[in-house]
Ligand binder design. Structure first.
Ligand SMILES: [Cu+2]
Length: 136
């Protein structure tokens, strides 16, 4: 086996290990989140935070229209299409950001569990603005 081949294998192994760390990092609960919103997605769409702790949420809207980061009550599975009149009571927190704007907010989820995040602006959730927020 020549040295370059061995080196290439070593580099690939390191990359695989690093990739593994990257994917598991999202399931380690954090106290601050940075989320980008655009048409029509949240990035990341899978978030894990610390339950019972104040969370700092930095939102950046890189899209061309307004977007919202709306957290629904624990366990609520949103109906499609979202009906604000019917499901308004299911909203725990809501942060709106205009096109090309950003903002910083705080919220606390006292109870561990799974929460759904949506953009409740008409048609946006249906187009893909859905995310999962886990508190633990
Ligand atoms: Cu939106």
């Amino acid at each position: 086996m020549n040295k370059i081949f061995v080196l290439a294998i070593a580099v690939i192994l390191v990359l695989i290990i690093m990739a593994g760390c990257g994917s598991s990092a999202s399931s380690v609960p954090v106290s601050s989140l940075s989320v980008e919103m655009s048409e029509f997605r949240f990035d990341p769409a899978d978030m894990t935070i610390i339950a019972g702790k104040e969370i700092t949420l930095s939102l950046k809207n890189t899209g061309g229209v307004d977007h919202e980061f709306t957290i629904l009550r624990k366990g609520v599975v949103v109906k499609i299409p979202f009906d604000p009149e019917q499901q308004g009571k299911d909203i725990l927190a809501q942060f709106k950001i205009g096109a090309k704007q950003s903002g910083e907010f705080t919220f606390t989820l006292p109870e561990a569990g799974e929460y759904q995040v949506i953009c409740s602006i008409q048609g946006h959730m249906e187009a893909g603005m859905l995310a999962k927020l886990i508190a633990k």
